[in-house]
Design a protein around this ligand. Structure first.
Ligand SMILES: Nc1ncnc2c1ncn2[C@@H]1O[C@H](COP(=O)(O)OP(=O)(O)OP(=O)(O)O)[C@@H](O)[C@H]1O
Ligand SMILES: [Mg+2]
Length: 295
């Protein structure tokens, strides 16, 4: 039993299995309002990179985790601890060196059409208009274009870019480009959304706006989100659970539920529980990462 600040956290043992919960419940029950169905099951997933001029590098020790349908789960941890690696393995963009990751609905590997991926940089095609960038997944996945066009227009309205259809990415601000990238990730209505530090390069005001937009989207559409961020307050504001990672080798060291009511606006940051979570994560990261950052 680990005594967190009133949190029902789990501290992982070396095999990453949850070993304690303070109130004796299971994460899925208390963190997600009794959601049951699994969206993503990660079992013994590990990654070893081959390096051309050196020994193999163990980036991620076997990780076990479960993400439930409709959950918003964040990964936080020091640079190099394997967050991007884990996210890419979950989406099937990168192969596993061991273990397996399956999509709850199918019990199979996550298929391209079932997820949207928002990268750290918007990665829009500069020669296409905003509208055609958003439409891209429909063309790649061979979806009916008429319906996809209607949905692209709706999504661009939703992210506040209804008047930017014909603009090129270079005519947009960084925040606007990231909104386009978000709309593109949602075009094919995926049930899973993977987001790798999507707002890292944005100014604080734009980031706060997009946080609110993402929260609205998560609440209204019930997407399952796996989100990487270095910003602990951002993770706390948005997440149902936060998986804290450590480096050398990369692993999950704690699973922290965030039980604040939604929607969470600025007032949520004044809630003592908000700061209890933030403090706890800082504490975990300080203890486990001092002197351990990967060069
Ligand atoms: N293609 C690769 N070949 C060899 N090593 C790699 C490769 N990709 C990542 N790594 C190594 O694996 C480790 C984990 O990398 P990863 O990008 O997953 O970390 P991260 O937690 O996302 O870091 P950051 O917060 O800086 O984005 C790092 O030490 C990195 O150097
Ligand atoms: Mg990364």
């Amino acid at each position: 039993m680990r005594d967190g600040p009133g949190l029902s956290e789990s501290i992982m043992n070396t095999s990453n299995a949850p070993v304690t919960t303070i109130d004796g419940g299971t994460h899925a029950q208390f963190a997600t309002g009794m959601r049951c169905a699994s969206a993503l099951t990660i079992q013994g997933a590990c990654k070893t990179y081959k390096r051309p001029n050196g020994p193999q590098f163990l980036a991620l020790t076997p990780v076990d985790a479960e993400v439930r349908e409709g959950e918003f789960v964040s990964l936080v941890g020091p640079s190099g601890c394997g967050k991007t690696t884990l996210l890419k393995m979950c989406s099937g963009l990168m192969s596993l060196s061991g273990g397996k990751i399956v999509h709850g609905r199918t019990g199979q590997k996550v298929q391209p059409g079932s997820y949207g991926f928002v990268f750290q940089v918007p990665a829009l095609l500069p020669w296409l208009t905003v509208f055609n960038n958003v439409l891209l997944p429909a063309r790649i996945l061979g979806l009916p274009i008429k319906e996809a066009k209607d949905r692209a227009a709706l999504l661009l309205d939703m992210v506040g870019l209804g008047n930017a259809h014909q603009k090129r990415p270079s005519e947009l601000s960084g925040g606007m480009q990231q909104r386009v990238s978000l709309a593109r990730a949602l075009l094919h209505d995926p049930d899973l959304l993977f987001m790798d530090e999507p707002f890292g390069a944005l100014d604080a005001m734009t980031r706060a706006d997009l946080n609110m937009e993402l929260q609205r989207l998560h609440m209204s559409q019930g997407k399952t989100v796996l989100f990487v961020t270095h910003d602990i307050e951002e993770a706390t504001l948005l997440s149902d659970r936060i998986l804290v990672m450590s480096a050398n080798p990369g692993r999950i060291v704690a699973d922290i539920p965030v039980k604040l009511p939604r929607p969470r606006g600025l007032a949520a940051k004044k809630d003592p529980q908000f700061y209890a979570v933030v403090e706890r994560i800082h504490q975990l990261l300080d203890k486990r990462t001092v002197g351990r950052l990967v060069p």
